[in-house]
Design a protein around this ligand. Structure first.
Ligand SMILES: Nc1nc2c(ncn2[C@@H]2O[C@H](COP(=O)(O)OP(=O)(O)O)[C@@H](O)[C@H]2O)c(=O)[nH]1
Ligand SMILES: [Mg+2]
Length: 301
């Protein structure tokens, strides 16, 4: 780690991103890192596992933890998420709460604030999706949040077009403790390339199939081989579904759907790996994988 200046002013720390499903946590992480390591979609519960992403800046190293949402009754959802995140925060230095300004829910947000008050670490509030809000409404939303909790900062942002994301990063950096970096300067994430490839395929299943399939689907990478001195990566992967009928939907008429999924996933994996990718997909029925603990473990959950 001697590629960093030995600077007593250098900042380094963990930031946990917390918010209801679909507020844009994974989109924000990808935008800050400039790399897609956390998959996103319009459907809630896209993120299934914890994602760690490392952002290297001139004077700071920020380590972000992107958390999955939690399935619960709607009103309690935000509270549960914050409770879970507070419990899971462990050694985190900063909490970044994210709200969707176009879908705010005063009741559950009130409960969330109550939960937040048990926390002793600094909290920054990002009000996301301001591209969808009217200016008047946004001002009211800011005023409401200012009155309910002593956030270190409230930052309106849009992850869709990048508005104020740089400002948010400055503010996060300001509130990090000083200290040496935790990771070498070439570390982007603790996830393997193989795992990210599986996730990028799962993202296409989320985005390109109907309502039922995404939650019934899991993806495994069965083989991941570099060829031609690393210029080509050959990937064989399986999309697991729970029922024969779902298999039909993933494959589509004359294989149209699976071709779409495969070519969109290949494009993203190529971008991520920076090499050519040959991707071959299989679809397999594995009855009730999502309820079967053993099957879940096998699939990496
Ligand atoms: N209009 C708009 N959409 C956004 C913004 N940020 C994220 N989204 C969309 O919101 C959806 C959920 O985003 P995602 O990052 O998966 O949310 P997560 O569940 O909190 O991780 C996706 O369709 C994103 O493209 C934003 O600033 N503006
Ligand atoms: Mg997510």
């Amino acid at each position: 780690m001697n590629d960093y200046p030995n600077d007593s002013e250098f900042k380094s720390g963990f930031v946990t991103i917390v918010g209801a499903p679909n507020v844009g946590k994974s989109t924000l992480l990808n935008r800050m890192l400039g790399e897609k390591i956390s998959i996103t979609s319009k459907k809630p519960q896209t993120t299934r596992n914890r994602v760690l992403g490392v952002l290297h800046r001139t004077a700071a190293q920020m380590i972000f933890i992107d958390t999955p949402g939690v399935h619960r009754a709607k009103k309690l959802l935000n509270v549960r998420i914050v409770e879970t995140a507070l419990n899971a925060m462990g050694d985190a230095d900063l909490l970044l709460i994210m709200i969707d300004v176009a879908a705010s829910d005063p009741v559950s947000e009130g409960l969330m604030v109550k939960t937040l008050k048990k926390n002793r670490k600094p909290v920054i509030l990002a009000l996301n999706k301001i591209d969808l809000a009217k200016k008047d409404d946004l001002l009211k939303i800011i005023a409401r949040w200012e009155s309910v909790y002593p956030f270190e900062a409230i930052v309106p942002i849009s992850c869709a077009d990048g508005t104020q994301v740089d400002v948010l990063m400055e503010i996060l950096e300001k509130h990090l403790p000083t200290g040496p970096p935790y990771f070498p300067s070439d570390t982007l994430t603790d996830l393997t390339e193989r795992f990210i490839a599986a996730e990028l395929i799962r993202e296409k299943v989320f985005r390109l199939t109907g309502d039922e399939i995404p939650y019934a689907a899991a993806v495994t990478v069965d083989s991941f081989k570099e060829e031609k001195n690393g210029a080509l990566v050959r990937i064989l992967a399986t999309i697991h579904v729970e029922r024969e009928s779902q298999k039909g939907m993933v494959i589509g008429r004359q294989g149209v759907k699976i071709k779409q999924i495969g070519s969109a996933a290949r494009d993203d994996i190529q971008k991520f790996l920076g090499t050519k990718v040959f991707l071959q997909l299989f679809v397999r029925v594995q009855k009730n994988w999502s309820k079967d603990a053993k099957a879940l473990q096998k699939l990496g959950y």
